[in-house]
Design a protein around this ligand. Structure first.
Ligand code: ACO
Length: 332
């Protein structure tokens, strides 16, 4: 026994910044960002916390699933950095929801949502859980250097959530990690210890080798999706929808050229969000779910990559009836 998805939700901060807004801060342009990445705008936190985004996404997913917080057996939050080092974002969310189950965070950078689904799968397989809430939430804007044009236009803030119940909708899931301390890196702060002897105090900014990440991303999107399909015993052509990590439209197009899947089957929303790291795929899933794109029985291929360097891929059978989404909205 594994799981099926019962509900999805997502949230973003109120403030939306266009490429022209970013070009006020660094030497870049709408034309450069659009043509090299596909990004047109992104949301950034002004007064919102990560907890605000996580809570809103979670409440929407619970509402669609018609599950009460007290019914949850586990809360997982995938994030690069919560509002606090401790308590975890998951414990803060548990408190805000009024749930009473175990709760913890995990960090696999942009691959965190898939790592969290795999962890949840283990709880279902061991019969430890009947209902699990998985949230991926990121406030990337707090981790960017807005004087570095090679990184600051690329990322945005947001949260996505799914509520899982017992079922057999997960056909395969495949994770990898290739320890690489440099390609994508955000140092932690050094603290105030009077004993530290560091020449250069750590700066909590994202550093990225864009071209190394690009190469890693294209080859792994293809390889990991093929592996997940193989493990599920399906052909890539059987997939109804592909939900790839939203890091750069050109990375997705690179994968489209190499895979035998029609381009119209790829779900894409990077133009409006930028790269929201671990939150990208659950946000994408929620958006296309609420549009009524997915029908019960559809096969979804999820594939992500990120800092670590990590990857994740999964094949899921869709189980939510679009009619049910409508009902849950009416019952608001
Ligand atoms: N505006 C204008 N010029 C820029 C900008 C910008 N925002 N950024 C870089 N440039 C310049 C560079 O300085 C360089 O100039 P130079 O030739 O004079 O030195 C030129 O553009 C080309 O730079 P490249 O790095 O070669 O540009 P590229 O076409 O590779 O695009 C990009 C850069 C968008 C970062 C691309 O490499 C990429 O998308 N990489 C993958 C990024 C990614 O996936 N990140 C997230 C993964 S994991 C996670 O989500 C945490």
């Amino acid at each position: 026994m594994s799981f099926e998805i019962l509900g999805t939700g997502s949230a973003h901060p109120a403030c939306r910044k266009t490429n022209d807004d970013i070009a006020q801060l660094v030497d870049t342009s709408d034309e450069w960002i659009r043509s090299r990445t596909g990004i047109e705008s992104r949301y950034v936190c002004t007064t919102e916390t990560l907890q605000d985004l996580a809570l809103e996404a979670a409440q929407k997913a619970l509402k669609m699933a018609k599950v009460q917080p007290k019914e949850l057996d586990l809360i997982l939050v995938a994030t690069i950095r919560g509002d606090c080092i401790t308590p975890s974002a998951a414990c803060i969310l548990q408190n805000a929801l009024g749930a009473s189950c175990p709760a913890f965070d995990l960090n696999a950078a942009c691959s965190g949502f898939l790592y969290a689904l795999d962890t949840a799968d283990g709880w279902f397989c061991r019969n430890r859980a009947k209902k699990v809430l998985v949230v991926a939430a990121e406030t990337m804007s707090r981790l960017l250097n807005y004087q570095d044009r090679t990184t600051c236009p690329l990322f945005g803030d947001g949260a996505g959530a799914v509520v899982l119940g017992q079922g057999d909708a997960l056909l395969s899931i495949h994770l990898t990690a290739k320890g690489d301390p440099l390609t994508l890196r955000i140092d932690n702060t050094d603290g105030q210890s009077p004993f530290l002897k560091m020449d250069h105090p750590a700066e909590q900014y994202l550093h990225m080798s864009g071209q190394n990440t690009y190469r890693f991303a294209v080859s792994n999107l293809c390889r990991q999706l093929k592996l997940a399909a193989q493990e599920a015993g399906i052909d890539l052509k059987d997939l109804d929808w592909v939900l790839p990590h939203q890091a750069n439209l050109r990375i997705i197009e690179g994968a489209q050229h190499r895979l035998p899947i029609p381009t119209e089957k790829y779900c894409i929303n990077i133009q409006n969000w930028g790269n929201t790291s671990a939150a990208a795929v659950p946000i994408l899933m929620d958006e296309f779910c609420r549009k009524g794109t997915f029908k019960p029985g559809d096969l979804l291929g999820l594939v992500v990559f990120g800092g670590g360097l990590t990857t994740g891929s999964a094949i899921l059978r869709w189980t939510i009836d679009p009619k049910k989404i409508f009902d849950s909205e009416v019952s608001k």
